[in-house]
Ligand binder design. Structure first.
Ligand SMILES: O=C(O)CCC(=O)N[C@@H](C(=O)O)c1ccccc1
Length: 368
């Protein structure tokens, strides 16, 4: 395809309720949407970087800047190319995986729409719907937490994930396990908030039959995750640490993780995410699809990814209404605890351009 232009659309969408993690509290999702204009048609991609560099070093301003000044010009100068060559065309730029992922997704969307192939078909989906979990933020108090969790259970979510941090861990986990019973899946996500000094606290979570404990220590500290995995019963799952297929293989072979959270933006794109899936599957490591509060654009691609065979655990692929009163695309709605994998060409969803304009929080930047 020949790339004619890249449009950077920055939007801000209010969250239906505040979302608090161990690294911050969000009341709105500010994000960067990419539209590519090519000789074979348009495509949309969603950059998952947050407004501030608190989850990773990437953030919206930086993603927009690196696309405008480095990644975009490299693609515009590349002459005819295909979506599978995007990562190599951008490999001279170090890092900025979420920005690269958004560009690759937009170009893959354009290409697959022209071919009449869905993301799911292209990735190798084996399911037509995926089992959904839900992520629950840190609450102001236990009653508020239980009220929120009760709502999700009533909606049919197949797994509850609780955000935890030192001082908010054992008590909320015990209360939620008591509320939902022993059968429903329950897991926790620390977003790197603990250290080896917290071993007793982390070990105490073994009594609650958790599916996994996600990213207890800082992303670079693979050794401490190996150490913890030998000390507790609950399986250790990595998120922030897993930035590529090679890193995933290293972490698995060192015994740092027995379950992997796959996020396309974190690893540099959906094509790399499929490679991470394949590497985990070859090693008998179950994976699940993480989330970054995506709109329907990113959510559609995540649901397609989650339909691959190795995604055997419910992911953070919740319905649109978990975060947004109105979605940028047709809403994703939970049916019997599942989301249907889009079958339309490309992502299979249609961006409501009037909402992109209504929710704009900066002027559109077009790179040619
Ligand atoms: O359901 C979702 O999309 C969000 C799932 C979730 O908890 N994401 C967390 C995470 O650490 O995985 C996150 C939220 C916001 C920003 C970064 C990460």
């Amino acid at each position: 395809m020949l790339l004619h232009a890249i449009e950077l659309h920055r939007i801000a969408i209010p969250l239906v309720r505040p979302f608090e993690t161990s690294f911050g509290r969000e009341t709105e999702r500010e994000l960067l949407l990419i539209r590519v204009r090519t000789d074979i048609g348009d495509g949309w991609g969603e950059c998952v970087a947050m407004a501030a560099p608190l989850y990773s070093s990437e953030y919206v301003d930086a993603a927009a800047h690196v696309i405008e000044r480095h990644l975009g010009p490299a693609l515009l100068a590349a002459g005819p190319f295909t979506a599978v060559t995007v990562s190599s065309l951008l490999s001279h730029v170090v890092g900025h995986r979420m920005a690269k992922a958004a560009l690759e997704a937009a170009l893959l969307d354009a290409e697959l729409r022209q071919w009449g192939v869905s993301f799911g078909e292209y990735f190798g989906a084996v399911r037509d719907r995926v089992e959904c979990g839900v992520s629950v933020g840190i609450s102001p108090d236990i009653p508020t937490l239980l009220d929120e969790v009760s709502g999700y259970v009533a909606e049919g979510y197949r797994r509850i994930k609780l955000k935890v941090k030192p001082g908010w861990d054992r008590e909320p986990v015990a209360a939620v396990r008591d509320l939902i019973g022993a059968e429903l899946g329950l897991q926790v996500d620390a977003n790197t908030a603990y250290s080896r000094d917290d071993l007793d606290t982390l070990k105490a979570l073994d009594e609650f039959g958790l599916l996994l404990i996600e990213q207890p220590f800082v992303e670079e500290d693979i050794a401490s995750h190996v150490w913890l995995a030998s000390k507790i019963q609950t399986p250790v799952c990595l998120d922030e640490s897993i930035t590529s297929t090679d890193v995933a293989i290293d972490a698995i072979e060192r015994g740092a993780t027995s379950i992997v959270n796959i996020k396309a933006g974190r690893v540099g794109g959906y094509l790399e995410a499929v490679r991470v899936h394949d590497a985990c599957r070859e090693r008998g490591i179950p994976v699940w699809c993480g989330g970054m509060l995506e709109t329907g654009v990113g959510r559609a691609a995540n649901v397609a990814l989650a339909a691959l065979p190795g995604f055997t655990l419910p992911g953070d692929t919740s319905g649109s209404s978990r975060y947004y009163a109105e979605d940028l695309t047709e809403p994703f709605e939970l049916v019997d605890g599942h989301l249907v994998v889009p079958t339309g060409a490309g992502t299979g969803v249609t961006v409501r351009e009037e909402l992109v304009a209504d929710w704009a929080c900066a002027s559109v930047v077009t790179i040619r």
